[in-house]
Ligand binder design. Structure first.
Ligand SMILES: [Zn+2]
Ligand SMILES: [Zn+2]
Ligand SMILES: [Zn+2]
Length: 153
C-alpha cells in the first residue's frame, strides 16, 4: 500500500490539504473499509461533513479509494489497488461483510476466477460481497462454546 500520501495526492493533481491527508491516513490505518459517518467520528473537528463528502467523491473518481456497499446499503471506503486509475477501478476482489461487527474487509488475496458474462453485455462494475463472521468475531465466540474436552488433554 502506498504510504506517501502527499505524493499520491500530487500524482493525482490534487492539492495537498490536511483533511485529504487525514482521510487517507485514517483509512490506511484501518483494518477494514470505513463508512463516512465513522470517518466523521474519527476526524471530528478536523473536517466538516460537506468537505468529507467531496474528498471521498474525488478520491473515488481518481481511483484512490473504492466504495463497497455493505449489506445495509451503506457505502464503505477502502484504499484502491495500485492498478486503479481515474475512472478505471480494478478492485476486482471479494469483500467480506461481517454480520456481527458489520465491518467490511477487502479480501485482496482470495483468488478470483475470471467471470464470463453473456455476449452483448458489458461489465462496468463488479460487486462481490461475502457475508458471515470475521476472524475476530469468531475468536470472540470461541470461549462461549460448550467445552467437550477436559482440561489437560
Ligand atoms: Zn479502485
Ligand atoms: Zn466481525
Ligand atoms: Zn476492496
Amino acid at each position: 500500500m502506498e504510504k506517501d500520501f502527499a505524493g499520491l495526492l500530487h500524482k493525482n493533481q490534487l492539492k495537498i490539504t490536511g483533511p485529504r491527508l487525514g482521510v487517507l491516513q485514517v483509512i490506511a490505518q484501518s483494518d477494514a473499509a470505513i463508512t463516512q459517518p465513522a470517518l466523521e467520528k474519527i476526524m471530528g473537528a478536523d473536517v466538516d461533513r460537506v468537505t468529507l463528502y467531496r474528498i471521498l467523491k474525488t478520491f473515488e473518481e481518481k481511483g484512490i479509494l473504492h466504495k463497497v456497499i455493505d449489506l445495509n446499503g451503506t457505502a464503505n471506503y477502502a484504499i484502491c489497488s495500485p492498478r486503479c486509475t481515474v475512472h478505471e477501478h480494478h478492485d476486482e476482489h471479494f469483500h467480506f461483510n461481517c454480520i456481527n461487527c458489520k465491518k467490511v474487509y477487502c479480501l485482496d488475496d482470495v483468488p478470483l476466477q475470471s467471470i464470463k458474462i453473456p455476449e452483448g453485455f458489458t461489465a462496468k462494475d463488479i460487486n462481490l460481497v461475502i457475508s458471515g463472521l470475521c476472524d475476530k468475531c469468531n475468536a470472540e465466540k470461541q470461549p462461549k462454546m460448550p467445552e467437550h474436552q477436559t482440561a489437560g488433554v
